[in-house]
Design a binder for this molecule. Structure first.
Ligand SMILES: NC(=O)c1ccc[n+]([C@@H]2O[C@H](COP(=O)([O-])OP(=O)(O)OC[C@H]3O[C@@H](n4cnc5c(N)ncnc54)[C@H](O)[C@@H]3O)[C@@H](O)[C@H]2O)c1
Length: 443
């Protein structure tokens, strides 16, 4: 029996051992889904805290139910370690890499996490192992970073070991779509690699979408996220244009959305956030620089989207000015620090930029977010940390301006509008508010 057929048989009868490297927002849900399918799953993470939390049966990712983790750990289907030697000792039949791929301060891709994980995997790589990179990255990464490390070990890819890329599409906080019912795109280095990866993921995901190469699979993810970044950039520009001509952009989008074909609504906001949309398109534009090609849509969308926090702060200044107040010394309460509704993730959140810019103008800034107890302003070029102020009617009333940055569904907009003097609403969160004495300024 060929190495590939042995692998396929182990997948079919659920005797394969699967390792997931990087147990964050992407890795933990994936590990849980494979474990639920009956595989023995070993999570590997450099964070000893995450590893011990998981081994104790607790979940630190809001979308992953603690009861699921506890049951799978108890049943022996799921465990975690910081030691990559588990790949050899278990031994693992497949390993999915879900480590971070951030940008450096210079806005170039930081591949150090992928390289570190690949180096460790290469040490313990053995015949029959399928390696799947899931981290979002520039086209060519799988073949440029992972492949040489495997060949270096003398393995023949597609015969002794298998390599594929499968972009993760998880949408944190989405109650409708999770790992199982979000179709998964998979591209292998060779047809046999693709076949092995498709067989494995078909067990945990309802629909897999094979493509012909790892580069095509890498590119799919970048098209999806560039599509979002560009359309959000477009609608942010529309918000600026509508403001100039005195038209409500939200009304325009709502009406345009009545068109049953050829239109898809995107909504303006205080800027892009999260680990994906603000970052992934820049991986592509960075890659294009080596082809001497300027990815203009990406650069333009990035310019518009990253200018939105300043646009919001200028709106706050204008709104305070109307009330004869300067920004300096005004009490400003920012509602929401997370990058989007109902999540606890502040990575790249525009709230950090809005707060930092308001502090630069000497406003007295506080924030409230029920899911984010503390923020660091370092990433936004600021200093120090800030703690979420408790929510109260008095805190809203005391603020000269309340800035809505994240429209968590837990917020009661009628109550907030009742208590506030002035609201700058970047999310159209107050659309349904009944008559209020607060002045509401929308993006
Ligand atoms: N979060 C999302 O919504 C989302 C969606 C789609 C794709 N992605 C992509 O998935 C990848 C992972 O993102 P995430 O949000 O899960 O990140 P995360 O920060 O939540 O998790 C990454 C984990 O990897 C661990 N880690 C770092 N270096 C490691 C190493 N060398 N070995 C083992 N573990 C290591 C970290 O400790 C952390 O637990 C990124 O490329 C991201 O762009 C994320």
């Amino acid at each position: 029996m060929s190495v590939k057929d042995q692998f396929l048989a182990k997948v079919m009868n659920r005797t394969a051992t699967i390792s997931v490297v990087g147990l964050g927002y992407v890795g933990l849900p994936l590990a849980v889904e494979f474990a639920k399918e009956g595989f023995r799953v070993i999570g590997i993470d450099v964070s000893a805290d995450k590893v011990s939390a998981l081994n104790a049966g607790s979940s630190y990712i809001p979308d992953v139910a603690e009861a699921d983790v506890a049951a799978l750990v108890k049943r022996g289907n799921l465990r975690a370690t910081t030691d990559f030697a588990a790949l050899r000792d278990a031994p693992a039949d497949a390993v999915s890499i879900c480590v971070p791929t951030p940008l450096r301060k210079s806005r170039d891709p930081d591949m150090s996490y992928v390289i570190a994980a690949a180096d460790e995997i290469a040490k313990y790589c053995h015949a029959g192992l399928l390696i799947v990179l899931e981290s979002t990255t520039y086209p060519g990464t799988t073949e440029e970073i992972i492949l040489p490390r495997l060949i270096h070990n003398g393995f023949r890819v597609g015969e002794d070991v298998f390599l594929a890329f499968s972009p993760e599409r998880i949408d944190p906080g989405n109650r409708e779509y999770g790992v199982r019912n979000t179709p998964k795109v998979i591209g292998g280095t060779t047809p046999a690699c693709g076949e092995a990866a498709v067989a494995l993921y078909s067990t945990a995901v309802d629909t897999v979408v094979p493509v012909s190469s790892t580069q095509a699979a890498e590119m799919v993810k970048l098209l999806e996220n560039t599509f979002r970044a560009v359309n959000i950039g477009l609608v942010n520009e529309m918000a600026i244009i509508c403001d100039k001509i005195g038209v409500d952009v939200w009304e325009v989008i709502r009406a345009a959305n009545s068109k049953p074909f050829g239109f898809m609504p995107f909504y303006p906001g205080p800027g892009l956030g999260g680990h994906c949309i603000p970052i992934d398109p820049l991986y592509l534009s960075w890659r294009m620089k080596s082809f001497n090609y300027n990815a203009r849509f990406i650069e333009l969308a990035d310019q518009i989207n990253t200018s939105m926090p300043l646009y919001v702060v200028n709106k706050v200044a204008e709104a305070l000015n109307e009330a004869s107040k300067p920004v300096r010394g005004s009490k400003i309460l920012v509602l929401g620090a997370a990058y989007k509704r109902d999540v606890d993730d502040v990575r790249e959140s525009p709230a950090l930029d809005v707060i930092k810019l308001l502090l630069d103008r000497h406003a007295e800034v506080t924030y409230h977010d029920p899911y984010v107890a503390q923020i660091s302003l370092e990433h936004a070029g600021g200093h120090g940390t800030m703690r979420s102020t408790p929510y109260s009617h008095e805190a809203i009333t005391a603020a000269d301006c309340v800035v809505v940055v994240t429209d968590h569904s837990i917020f009661d907009w009628n109550e907030i509008a009742d208590a506030a003097q002035l609201i700058v609403d970047t999310r159209n969160a107050t659309a349904g508010v009944k008559a209020t004495s607060a002045r509401i300024v929308k993006l």
